[in-house]
Design a protein around this ligand. Structure first.
Ligand code: ADP
Length: 450
């Protein structure tokens, strides 16, 4: 019959902007390399959107790290306090998740850090640690300009945080002041790291080839090992070791318009309704905080055109942020089983008037949006791998999007392979508890050098 084909074409018209060609991805790699180099240059860095922050991390773990460490993990969905014991390859940890209420995420810096100090206190009390003197590693996953391993000035909030009076300030100082105000505990923050650094360090602990860390969670970001002569920004000593980890903060790629040639109306809509309009453009096309919303906008458009649910939606489907990114994983996990998950998702969205064809279309939309995300991230990774030009690199990856999406890993393996310079080899390795273990490892190295 004509109808389905004709309908398919109408659907195809609406989703067309998500299909990108190999040339598009190659162009993105070229533009990214330009952005990375601009960020690394001493003068060009001032106006660069991709900041390429030197992290002051200049050693990877060698497996001799030992002792008890506290770690904090702040930078997305959950705030955690951890106690980590390192003993060579043996790592044990206790951890507890604490909520950061919305009014604190959007409140003042003092409130935020007082809340953090209170959580540390509770954690130490519960674990009988209040008598101890503990070094702390802080995984703080927001763009920071560092002036030392434990001197980190927040550039700008991202990912839904907006606390007054923190941007431009040293977060270690704010933390120490709050700990002081709380009193009755002995904690010193020795290192601030990014979650990308945590992913890299935790994988490097067991794989010496690990030279790149990648996050695909609420946001996206990457860090890699760069040689000092390439880091014009570096104005510290040039002694051995001759490298430093660079936190690219690549989520901001495209903030100068570089990605305008692939931006869809859905991307523009997501950006316009975010709390950081005009910023983190690459991140908004890739990461978990935004992917579900992009899918929702496409589904809504299809519905309005009568191509989905016979044109009839629901209040839930019309609600911003109500289509969670985990739905994308669930829907794409349906294979030959009568769309069990997809139907469950529709049910949660109070849609009961759907056909098998609706399920197929929804699954198709999810796969287009997640595939574009995986390929965009792959372009970034291939760009860094080509730049590093090491024969074999392991990429340490963390984040729920990578971990739980059924095809993200395979899509990335295929695309990176295709975009990589001939002769180079790579692996993608899942990082386990990078934010905790990584912070402890960096604190341990700092403690040793102290
Ligand atoms: P972080 O906030 O530190 O990045 P995660 O790595 O857990 O923490 O990422 C959380 C994000 O991952 C959520 O914002 C959500 O969008 C996304 N997410 C959660 N579960 C899934 C899932 N099953 N599939 C895909 N994405 C998910």
């Amino acid at each position: 019959t004509m109808l389905p084909d004709c309908e398919d074409m109408l659907v195809e018209n609406i989703v067309r902007p998500f299909h990108l060609s190999d040339d598009d991805y190659k162009k993105i790699m070229d533009l990214m390399l330009e952005s990375f180099n601009k960020g690394l240059g001493k003068e060009s860095n001032e106006t660069a959107r991709v900041k390429m922050f030197p992290t002051y991390v200049r050693a990877v773990p060698d497996g001799t790290e030992e002792g008890d460490f506290l770690a904090l993990d702040l930078g997305g969905t959950n705030f955690r306090v951890l106690l980590i014991n390192l003993k060579g390859q043996e790592v044990t940890m206790e951890s507890k998740i604490y909520l950061i209420p919305q009014h604190i995420m959007l409140g003042t810096g003092i409130q935020l850090f007082d809340h953090i100090a209170e959580c540390i206190f509770k954690f130490m009390k519960e674990n009988c640690l209040l008598e101890k003197n503990l070094p702390l590693g802080f995984t703080f996953s927001f763009p920071c300009k560092q002036k030392g391993l434990n001197k980190a000035f927040l550039s700008t909030w991202t990912k839904g945080f907006k606390c007054e009076g923190v941007e431009g300030n040293d977060i270690v100082k704010l933390l120490h002041e709050a700990i002081e105000r709380r009193g009755d505990m002995h904690v010193e923050c020795l290192a601030v790291i990014n979650d990308t650094v945590g992913a890299l360090m935790s994988c490097a602990h067991s794989d010496r080839n690990c030279a790149l860390g990648l996050i695909l969670g609420t946001g996206t970001n990457a860090c890699y090992i760069e040689e000092l002569p390439c880091v014009e920004l570096w104005d510290e000593d040039m002694e051995d070791p001759n490298f430093v980890l660079i936190n690219t903060e690549w989520g901001a790629f495209g903030d100068d318009g570089a990605l305008d040639f692939i931006k869809t109306d859905y991307d523009k809509h997501v950006d316009k309704h975010s709390i950081n309009t005009g910023r983190q453009i690459y991140e908004k096309m890739i990461s978990g905080m935004y992917m579900g919303e992009i899918v929702r906008l496409v589904l809504e458009k299809l519905r309005r055109h009568g191509l989905l649910f016979q044109g009839k939606g629901s209040e839930e489907l019309s609600t911003r942020g109500r289509f969670y990114t985990k739905y994308v994983s669930e829907i794409e996990s349906d294979v030959d089983d009568g769309f069990k998950n997809t139907k469950q998702v529709f049910d949660e969205l109070c849609i009961d008037h759907f056909t098998e064809e609706d399920c197929r279309i929804a699954q198709y939309v999810c796969s287009l949006v997640s595939t574009r995300a995986a390929y965009l991230a792959s372009a970034g990774i291939a760009c860094l791998l080509n730049k590093m030009n090491r024969p074999e690199v392991t990429v340490g990856v963390d984040g729920s999007l990578y971990r739980f999406h059924p095809h993200f890993h395979d899509l990335m393996m295929e695309k990176i392979q295709q975009l990589l310079n001939p002769g180079l080899k790579f692996k993608l390795m899942l990082s386990h508890d990078g934010s905790g273990k990584g912070a402890a490892l960096v604190a341990a190295v700092a403690n040793r050098l102290n």
